[in-house]
Write a protein that binds this ligand. Structure first.
Ligand code: FAD
Length: 120
C-alpha cells in the first residue's frame, strides 16, 4: 500500500513548497520595482517564521540572516531571484545529503520547461 498523503509529511510539504517558491520566482518580474521587492521581502520574512516545519523554518531563517549578508534575498530581477532561490534550495539539499542542483538549469526546470519536453 502506498503511504498516505494525509496529513502531509515533511517531504511532501517540502516538495509542494519548493514548487510554490520556485514558481513565484519564475513569475517574478524581469525587472522588479520597489513595491514588488518589498512585497517579496515581506513574504520571505514571514514565510521563514511560519513554515510549518519548525526546524526547517529555523534553519532557513538562520541561513538568510548570515552575518556576511551574502544570503539575503536578491530581489532586483527574476534572474537574480531565481538564482537566489536555487541557492537556498541547494543549501537544504546539502544539509540533507541530496545532490545539488545546477542553478544554470533553473529556468528550464521552473519556467520554460526542458528543451526535450520532459518535466522532472
Ligand atoms: P525537493 O528537494 O523537494 O525538490 C523538488 C524538485 O525541485 C526536485 O525534484 C528538483 O527537480 C528540483 N530541485 C532540486 N533542487 C533544486 C534547486 N536547488 N533549485 C531548483 N530546483 C531544484 N526537510 C528536512 O528533512 N529538513 C529540513 O530542515 C528541511 N528544510 C526545508 C526548508 C525549506 C524552506 C523547504 C521548502 C523545505 C525543507 N525541507 C526540509 C524539505 C526538503 O527540502 C525536500 O523538499 C524533501 O526532502 C523532499 O525532497 P525531494 O528529494 O522530493 O525533492
Amino acid at each position: 500500500e502506498l503511504p498516505s498523503d494525509c496529513p502531509p509529511d515533511v517531504e511532501q510539504l517540502g516538495r509542494s513548497t519548493w514548487t510554490l517558491l520556485h514558481s513565484m520566482a519564475a513569475t517574478y518580474p524581469e525587472k522588479a520595482n520597489a513595491e514588488h521587492q518589498d512585497n517579496m521581502r515581506g513574504f520571505l520574512k514571514f514565510f521563514s517564521k511560519l513554515y510549518p516545519c519548525w526546524v526547517c523554518a529555523d534553519d532557513f531563517q538562520t541561513w538568510m540572516a548570515h552575518p556576511s549578508g551574502q544570503n539575503q534575498p536578491r530581489l532586483g530581477s527574476r534572474k537574480e531571484f531565481g538564482w537566489w532561490m536555487c541557492e537556498a534550495h541547494n543549501e537544504v539539499n546539502r544539509k540533507l545529503g541530496k545532490k545539488e542542483f545546477d542553478c544554470r538549469l533553473w529556468e528550464e526546470r521552473w519556467r520554460t520547461g526542458w528543451k526535450d519536453g520532459r518535466c522532472d
